[in-house]
Ligand binder design. Structure first.
Ligand code: ADP
Ligand code: ASP
Ligand code: MG
Length: 407
């Protein structure tokens, strides 16, 4: 079988952990499988490299930042390959470029454009165990680019797709995908399976066990994969196409996001094209807007509120000033931080009603005030005070009985 495994930062976070990974990979090799292993930087290394860049420059050049942060993965692939060779396994470390991983788009958050698996396939056919640097690739001009935080997940899914792997496993420091972050909700339960759409929605609202773009890619290319622990052999969570049995569960999971901020613009003329101008200015400044609420005040002026990550707040304010002064002298921008976002996700929501009411009731009973609300077909998100976000997650998790195995 062709097996692609990915080990995250914690799983290669020390020399002993790297040796543990080496012995797991060695066992697969000895069973006769062709193995490609995608590896992240040792835990903390990427953060340290980013901090180093900020010592040099208040706004580090993104091309150079990519050159710097991509070195984290190069350390871990070389160390893992050494550990394997030490135990007699014909391992070989390769960079994203050598693996044929071509990227496009902006530095630090590039997308995968193409993946030529011919070199990797050839090496596997020669009997090599491949250790591939996650998170990195090169663009058409040969510049190193990285795939956004958590991007080794995407490297692994892409490599599994290009090799048409029989098995793709994401090995991490938890046993699989849980109904909520087990660090926040101690009663959270490991899910035996989850659909791409549910994991994609959860990942895009804070469930960092998988990078959201990697799940999108897996769905697009039909890569079925498993999230499981690198520290034990417990069965993990299978991530796959949805099937009819999945609909009987209304809520699959709960997710939280911290560090959210709200920008409210008041006293804007209620005219066609106004929202497009404002959102256009924010998009140009690459500010990711999340929830949007617009309404008209009693004096006929419009009011827009959006949420975003706190890190984008400065950029949003800078982009809004010139845009608003061009449309109205009276427009006022207010900002508020300290916001958390709580989301519930499940494909069963399509066929069950009353989910929002139950969620709001659970929060009301806890004395937690709801700010903004947004919904999609399979998700409901609300903002709550950031200092109550964990209580909110536990209350909603309990209200939907997520700790219990469904009948
Ligand atoms: P890696 O370094 O292996 O990529 P990450 O730190 O990116 O691992 O992701 C694993 C972490 O995701 C877990 O330690 C856990 O705290 C967190 N997490 C958040 N939500 C969930 C969830 N619903 N299920 C499992 N883990 C979750
Ligand atoms: N090392 C990168 C990060 O910390 C990529 C990854 O771990 O997946 O974001
Ligand atoms: Mg990760």
């Amino acid at each position: 079988m062709v097996i692609v495994q990915k080990y995250g930062g914690t799983s290669v976070g020390s020399f002993d952990r790297i040796r543990n990974v080496a012995s797991r990979v060695k066992a697969l090799h000895e069973e006769g499988h062709q193995v490609a292993v995608v590896v992240s930087a040792m835990s903390g290394v990427t953060d340290r490299l980013i901090a180093m860049a900020h010592e040099m420059s208040s706004e580090p050049d993104e091309r150079e930042l990519d050159v710097l942060v991509s070195t984290g993965e190069q350390q871990s692939i070389a160390l893992l390959a050494m550990a394997l060779k030490e135990s007699g396994v014909p391992a070989m470390s390769i960079t994203g470029r050598q693996a044929g991983l071509r990227t496009t788009g902006s530095h630090t958050r590039a997308r995968i454009d193409a993946l030529d698996g011919s070199y990797t396939r050839g090496l596997l056919d020669e009997g090599k165990v491949l250790i591939v640097a996650g998170f990195q690739g090169i663009d058409t001009d040969g510049h190193i680019q990285t795939l956004g935080r958590g991007g080794s997940d995407l490297s692994a899914i892409a490599i599994a797709a290009s090799l048409e792997a029989d098995v793709c496993q994401i090995l991490t420091d938890v046993d699989g995908v849980y109904t909520a972050d087990p660090r926040v909700v101690p009663d959270a339960r490991k899910l035996p399976e989850i659909s791409y759409d549910e994991l994609l929605e959860l990942a895009s609202v804070g469930t960092k066990v998988m990078q959201s773009r990697s799940v999108e890619f897996a769905k697009k290319f039909g890569v079925k994969f498993e999230v499981r622990s690198s520290l034990n052999n417990n069965p993990g969570t299978i991530v796959t196409e949805e099937h009819p049995n999945m609909e009987s569960v209304v809520i699959r999971g709960v997710s939280i996001e911290r560090s959210q901020a709200r920008v409210t613009i008041t006293d804007i003329p209620d005219q066609p094209g106004m929202s497009a101008k404002i959102l256009g200015a924010l998009a140009e400044a690459e500010v990711n807007i999340d929830m949007i609420v617009s309404n008209i005040a009693s004096d006929g002026m419009a009011r827009h509120s959006f949420t975003m990550n706190t890190v984008d707040l400065g950029r949003a304010q800078a982009a809004l000033q010139p845009c608003l002064s061009a449309v109205s002298e009276k427009a006022i921008v207010e900002t508020e931080g300290g916001i958390g976002k709580l989301s519930v996700v499940g494909i069963g929501m399509r066929s069950h009603s009353g989910v929002a009411a139950q969620m709001f009731q659970a929060l009301g009973d806890e004395g937690i005030n709801i700010g903004m609300i947004s919904t999609s077909e399979i998700k409901i998100s609300v903002t709550v005070p950031e200092d109550r976000i964990e209580d909110a997650a536990r209350a909603v998790h309990k209200s939907f009985g997520l700790e219990q195995t469904p009948a």
